[in-house]
Design a protein around this ligand. Structure first.
Ligand SMILES: Nc1ncnc2c1ncn2[C@@H]1O[C@H](COP(=O)(O)OP(=O)(O)OP(=O)(O)O)[C@@H](O)[C@H]1O
Ligand SMILES: [Mg+2]
Ligand SMILES: [Zn+2]
Length: 536
């Protein structure tokens, strides 16, 4: 397996010159003109959805202002100012993430420093990212300086949500809005990056990635990263299609599991994870409706030929909802899709729909012994023996080279202690432990789950944290011998469902019903009350 490029592509291919920017031509033109003519405003506001070039342009502007041959719209890229801006360590470029530094004191401190002259360049550039997150008092603290900053200071504010920026701030900035990029341009960028990297790719796979990225160059590049991992270093159309499909289906099945367990935090965490993998929420709702439809069909007609292929991974879920509830959940999902354009943004719209699905489920919050499949809620709430001994803010002892503790002998027990949920957990759940040599853990993953390989790095770090030692993971693809946690759980479930069905068949009431009314027992609707613990 060829290793994919080690540095994430989006970071590696951040444009370093204005010429290298994809799209956004009117904004690029205006900024270049300002740099060339030396007519610079004291504060710029760059708006636009995620991954369209806000931070990139802000850095380019900082470079143009501070390049030793500048101010210029063609920063040289080789002087110490250009180099250190590219490496993110230029003393006069102060990047503040307002999402984490919202406190007014921090803002005041920052602003007090504006009076000092730049130390390395011509201008001190303050880049305040996600500026809409600042508190009102922080905004107020900023107003005065924003209006009349010292001549050596430039402000660049960036936000995905300009509606939340007070007009008093807006009116002091020159505002530029960046647009989501057309798929065509994104596709060209992917092509360019792949060529520069000297990687093998199928041209026809690129439109799929470009479409899925929904206007964000960053998302396109991180999907490309995943596609490379998925396709063992190559980008193939069938593999990309499968990857996009499985990523979504897995996330949705996970959503359904969390819904069944009424695990709200996990539900929302999965939604976030989906956003990170830039899955489309509209499409997700559509597919969710399809899943509820399939579940309803599985209940009504377990043997329906249309279902055979997709139904097997629904078996675990089907017993969670009665037919009426499924109808309701389906209805909510379909309606949610119609409402999506009216939501403040797609992510909130999607979140609200999930919470609505949760709210309309009958029954009380889950018992501490959830019934079916793995129980992430249980995993989260179970204190990890390793960590529970120390109060939460005591730093963990540093990772040291130690032999692998014997705990690894029970892989499935180890899996249950992982702190990751979602796809990383799925990777562990479906993997079988083959052995441990020195610091290398060898695992086998069924080919059908190859798409999970892209989560091996987070699995590795998670295992390192639990086992307290440096680790390598070696995962091979191959036939499963039925020993993974997933296999064990599905066996346990089948046994308990079989038991439950048998018990019901012999139940006098059921027998009376079937003889007097010709009623038949719909076996797939039988739900075991709790699965036997696998040690039993
Ligand atoms: N217009 C663009 N041209 C070329 N590459 C781009 C463009 N926009 C984004 N990228 C790529 O995406 C990555 C992230 O872009 P950037 O940090 O500028 O996004 P952003 O708009 O600031 O997003 P966020 O709102 O998430 O901070 C860059 O490193 C670059 O690889
Ligand atoms: Mg940014
Ligand atoms: Zn330079």
């Amino acid at each position: 397996m060829t290793t994919p490029p080690s540095q994430v592509l989006a970071r590696k291919w951040r444009p370093r010159t204005f010429d290298d920017m994809v799209g956004q031509s009117s904004v690029v033109q205006a900024l270049r003109h300002a740099l060339k003519s030396g007519r610079l405003h004291q504060a710029y506001l760059l708006t636009g959805t995620r991954g369209v070039g806000k931070t990139t342009l802000a850095r380019l502007l900082a470079k143009g202002l501070n390049c030793e041959s500048g101010p210029t719209d063609t920063p040289c890229g080789t002087c110490s100012a250009c180099l250190s801006i590219d490496q993110g360590r230029f003393a006069d470029l102060l990047e503040v993430d307002a999402a984490t530094n919202t406190r007014v004191e921090e803002m005041r401190e920052l602003l007090e420093n504006t009076q000092y002259l730049p130390v390395a360049g011509r201008f001190k550039v303050y880049l305040i990212d996600e500026v809409h997150m600042l508190s009102r008092s922080a905004f107020n603290a900023m107003l005065k300086t924003l209006e009349e900053p010292p001549p050596h200071v430039k402000f660049i504010l960036a936000t995905t949500d300009p509606q939340k920026v007070p007009v008093t701030v807006l009116s002091r900035c020159l505002q530029f809005s960046l647009r989501p990029l057309p798929a065509r341009q994104i596709q060209e960028r992917l092509h360019f990056v792949l060529e520069q990297e000297g990687l093998t790719f199928d041209e026809h796979a690129l439109p799929l990635l470009a479409e899925a990225a929904q206007g964000s160059v960053r998302d396109a590049l991180s999907l490309l990263d995943q596609a490379l991992a998925y396709g063992s270093g190559e980008v193939r159309r069938d593999a990309v299609r499968a990857m996009l499909g499985t990523l979504e289906r897995n996330s949705l099945l996970h959503l359904l599991e969390s819904l069944a367990q009424q695990n709200a935090p996990q539900l929302l965490a999965i939604a976030d994870e989906m956003a990170e993998h830039s899955l489309s929420f509209d499409h997700a709702l559509q597919e969710l409706a399809v899943l509820f439809h399939d579940l309803a069909l599985v209940q009504a007609a377990p043997m329906a030929p249309t279902l055979q292929e997709s139904a097997h991974d629904l078996q675990n879920l089907v017993t969670h909802w009665d037919p009426t509830t499924l109808q309701l959940l389906y209805q909510i999902t379909v309606q949610a899709r119609k409402d999506l354009p009216y939501a403040p943004d797609e992510r909130s719209g999607f979140r609200m729909s999930l919470l609505r699905l949760l709210a309309f489920q009958p029954g009380s919050p889950p018992s501490p012994e959830p019934s079916v499949t793995h129980a992430p809620s249980q995993i989260i709430s179970q204190p990890l023996p390793l960590y529970s001994a120390a109060p939460p803010d005591t730093p963990l002892p540093p990772i040291v080279q130690t032999p692998i503790p014997p705990a690894i002998d029970d892989w499935t027990a180890l899996v249950k202690r992982l702190s990751h949920t979602g796809l990383t957990y799925e990777l562990a759940r479906h993997a079988e432990w083959l052995g441990t040599q020195h610091h290398q853990i060898r695992l086998r993953l069924p080919r059908s789950h190859a798409h999970l390989l892209s989560f091996q790095e987070s699995l590795r770090t998670d295992l390192e944290a639990i086992l307290r030692c440096d680790l390598k993971l070696h995962i091979e693809l191959g036939e499963s011998s039925g020993e993974s946690l997933a296999d064990q759980e599905s066996r346990a479930y089948q046994i308990s469902q079989h038991k439950a069905t048998e018990t019901l068949k012999h139940d006098p009431l059921v027998q009376a019903l079937s003889s007097s009314l010709q009623a038949t027992l719909v076996e797939s609707s039988v739900k075991p009350i709790s699965i036997p613990h696998r040690e039993e």
